[in-house]
Write a protein that binds this ligand. Structure first.
Ligand code: GDP
Length: 503
């Protein structure tokens, strides 16, 4: 029920040009309506297509009709528990995203899973770990996207319990079924696949494994024939840490529809992220109060995201790379700026540049402040320095989320290659960052790992996140292809050699 009287008139701007539904209580989630006010000045003016908006409204009604608490949901869980698999007409089908890895990875994976759910008419449920509810408001009205955990005893016997022990390998995964012959492909190579004679009918649930070093058979997920088969499975459990959206554009049954949904291919995460992710009031309060105290007065905000993956990497080398990127691309002033008084009447001073540094360590912030503190009128700022990455720690994740949003409110971004934390910020902002190369993980000496002929940073071709581990297999042709040449809007990433992105 609509339990609200909005304190102000909600306009098309607040709803991001129709991206967001008006069916929510304003007070329940401030960020949903205040977000737009922080991004007006951004270079980007992408508008969602009417077709995508229509798909979102359709998905919202599906989530409401089939979500937790409905008769349809109870029925589907009962059938999952009893191992029934055959779907009746009009029955609901589900996609459960299994949460793992850091917050940036999780957000990219959730956005990708959501798009897959929209394309395949599935209800998306998030097995979000403990803190998903503390980080994000519900994206769909009058229902929840959080997977309810059954009571302890019944959970123990339920297939849902196996979510816990999945860890990337399971005999019920699509890849495994294809490999062991439980699903067979016709020898003619015409792409026909069917459930093998042993079972004939589809299984009640399947895992989809789309993560890092996944194998050939798992990658067949991106084939049309396998997709037709997956339609028959009532429950899919998705294990991924990747932004696999570019892979969906390369999957034949989805290509045309995605091209219609997203006329601007470089703004897919921009819309998905803005639609799905709304920080809870606690996180949003942290974001906006930090913004107003430290960044709002600046004419231009420059975000520097420093993410160091290898422990043995000497910090000085990372700093040198960062500073030479900033100098080489002239991203910050070489001489001290002067404060200018813009609104003489009320004495407001508008500073020139402000610098926002995000990193787990405070060392980079201190060095940047030594270098630029006296030159940028808006000051150098770092909201937190957590020391190290933590797991299952809601307060830690809330700070990470606030910093991704603060970065996304910047006008210029320098990010660390490979980092999904940076991808989320650039994607929400719609900004093409300058990306610093990362040395290969196997480099013994980090200095050796970086090619001295390479620039310290390169401009990304778009604001889209990079899909780190795409499948190069062309299912129809039966061989690998050069992914850089398949579609005009798919390119290799500047930071990840095998990765691809939408441009
Ligand atoms: P990735 O590992 O860089 O791809 O990004 P993820 O977000 O998936 O995982 C890194 C995690 O480390 C984040 O979610 C945070 O928990 C933490 N982290 C990394 N960099 C920062 C930072 O600059 N600020 C904060 N607050 N946390 C960070």
């Amino acid at each position: 029920p609509r339990d609200w009287e909005p304190p102000f008139n909600i306009t098309g701007d607040h709803l991001l040009d129709g991206l967001l539904t008006a069916d929510f209580s304003h007070k329940s989630c401030r960020s949903r309506y205040e977000f737009a006010g922080y991004y007006n000045n951004n270079s980007s003016s992408h508008k969602p297509s009417p077709y995508f908006i229509a798909k979102l409204r359709k998905q919202e009604s599906l989530q409401k009709r089939c979500g937790p608490g409905t008769a349809a949901y109870k029925n589907a869980v009962r059938r999952l528990d009893s191992g029934e698999s055959v779907l009746d007409d009009g029955e609901c089908r589900y996609l459960v995203y299994i949460s793992y890895r850091g917050l940036g990875n999780r957000m990219l994976a959730i956005a990708s899973s959501f798009l897959y759910a929209v394309l395949t008419d599935r209800v998306l449920l998030i097995d979000g770990g403990k803190d998903a509810g503390e980080l994000f408001c519900e994206p769909f009205p009058e229902t929840t996207w959080l997977l309810p955990r059954p009571g302890w005893l019944s959970f123990f016997f339920s297939p849902l319990s196996r979510l816990q022990g999945y860890l990337g390998g399971s005999k019920e995964s699509l890849g495994n079924l294809l490999q062991t012959g439980a699903v067979t492909m016709s020898a003619s190579g015409d792409g026909n696949v069917s459930w093998s004679p042993a079972s004939r009918s589809p299984p009640p649930y399947l895992y989809i494994h789309l993560s890092g070093g996944y194998g050939f058979h798992d990658k067949l997920f991106f084939c049309g024939a396998q997709q037709r088969l997956l339609r028959e499975v009532p429950w899919l459990f998705m294990w991924t840490d990747n932004y696999f959206v570019p892979g969906l554009f390369l999957t034949p049954p989805f290509t045309g529809e995605l091209e219609t949904m997203f006329p601007e291919k470089d703004a897919v995460f921009y819309h998905l992220g803005r639609y799905l992710f709304h920080p809870t009031n606690a996180v949003w309060h942290a974001v906006t109060s930090y913004y107003h105290s430290n960044l709002a007065g600046a004419r231009r905000r420059v975000g520097l995201q420093v993410r160091v993956f290898q422990k043995k990497q000497p910090p000085q080398v990372v700093l040198d790379q960062l500073l030479s990127c900033v100098r080489g691309e002239k991203l910050l002033p070489a001489f001290p700026e002067t404060k200018t008084t813009t609104a003489a009447a009320n004495g407001n001073t508008s500073s020139g540049d402000a610098v926002l540094v995000t990193s787990l360590s405070s060392w980079y912030y201190e060095r940047v402040r030594e270098e630029y503190g006296g030159r940028v009128a808006g000051g150098v700022h770092q909201p937190s320095h957590e020391g190290r990455q933590r797991w299952r720690d809601a307060a830690h994740d809330m700070r990470a989320l606030s910093e991704m949003y603060l970065l996304s409110m910047c006008d210029v971004l320098v990010t660390s290659g490979y980092s999904t934390f940076g991808y989320v910020a650039q994607g929400l902002a719609g900004l093409r960052p300058w990306v610093m190369a990362r040395a290969p993980m196997w480099a013994d000496d980090w200095r050796e790992g970086l090619d001295p002929r390479e620039p310290p940073c390169r401009r990304a071709a778009s604001a889209e996140p990079c899909f780190h581990s795409p499948s190069a297999y062309d299912c129809a042709a039966g061989r690998d292809v050069d992914l850089d040449k398949v579609m005009p809007y798919i390119r290799r990433c500047v930071d990840v050699k095998c990765g691809i992105k939408l441009v």
